[in-house]
Design a protein around this ligand. Sequence first.
Ligand SMILES: *Cc1c(COP(=O)(O)O)cnc(C)c1O
Length: 393
Amino acid sequence: MLLKTESYTKPDDLGFYGEFGGAFIPELLRPNVEELDQVFMKCLSDEQFQKEYIQILKDYVGRPTPLYHSEKLSEKYGGTIYLKREDLNHTGAHKINNAIGQILLAKKMGRTKIIAETGAGQHGVATATTCALMNMECIVFMGEIDIARQTPNVKRMQFLGATVIPATSGSKTLKDATNEAIRFWINNPDSYYLIGSVVGPHPYPEMVAYFQSVISQEMREQLQQKTGSQLPTKVIACVGGGSNAAGAFYHYYREPEVKLIAVEASGLGLDSGKSAATSILGSPGVLHGSMTLLMQDESGQVTEPYSISAGLDYPGIGPLHAYSINEGRTQSVSVTDQQALAAAKALTRSDGIIPALESAHALAALEKITIESNDVIVVNLSGRGDKDMEHYL
Ligand SMILES: *Cc1c(COP(=O)(O)O)cnc(C)c1O
């Protein structure tokens, strides 16, 4: 099985999806990003590369992940509800799909020092894991607050051999960790920056979406087997930067009968000033190397985001999602901390699956949308909740 690209909304040559995207970076990084773009473009048609990537996903990550029919959720909400079990991937979330793809690119480029930013720590763990596998040095930037609320993942990264550097500026969360990683990259252009979501300068958003597209590629085959059609009526995924959503939507962008629902964290509520619902509260601006929707005040200062979930606590959104939401192709829904916590508990008790707090936001959206009896809905269960046990208890 090779990855397909024909069903995807591609950016233009400069990485723009409509007005969003591009590469707003210091000149010093331009050669890095251009080299990466060339190597990535080559790998798209490189059968050897694809075979190696798919083989690792299969034997090491444990793909394909199951498409699980939840009878309990279907009964509760109506329709037929499936969970795409990204929580069953090695390291516990979808992040590893992308980390494997990019580390193979880094290897091709002859890089041995990998840097990454992380929020919940899932991307840091995935990166540290692939670095152990490929014998590379690993430095992970993580907000001080996230370090405190995601201790188990910090310990995992350190045990895997990574150096975890706390980001102590701003809200001390993902945005600040990303700033620190970019600063380090500018000073160390020989390192490879392994970005964990569909954000950052072109070609990262396109590349990360591509490496996550395996999710919807599998979904199509699995739905065909289970329902006789490759198309669901709705796909629901949570959005921090938007990589699991991009992967779950990828092969459905060009299928207008499939509704795409992106779920953002509204934290304590949309009007509370403590939220991360970027597509609703945001406006166009440049963040971390690309033009996108972001939460900012009148003077263009980035507003500190808030969500109980460290993986959704980001003031921006991938340019692909900004574009798709603006075009009306993707519908955005927002879910509060409390609604996500309730959905996590409900799934745990009904199906014996403890979801990540991020994924619980996607589940909670089932309460907020209209569901018909003939709906076939896939909720992308982006990760597992081991890391969130303290919050849940
Ligand atoms: C990181 C993370 C997210 C948010 O990141 P996206 O790029 O928006 O997918 C969602 N769920 C889990 C489990 C995560 O670890």
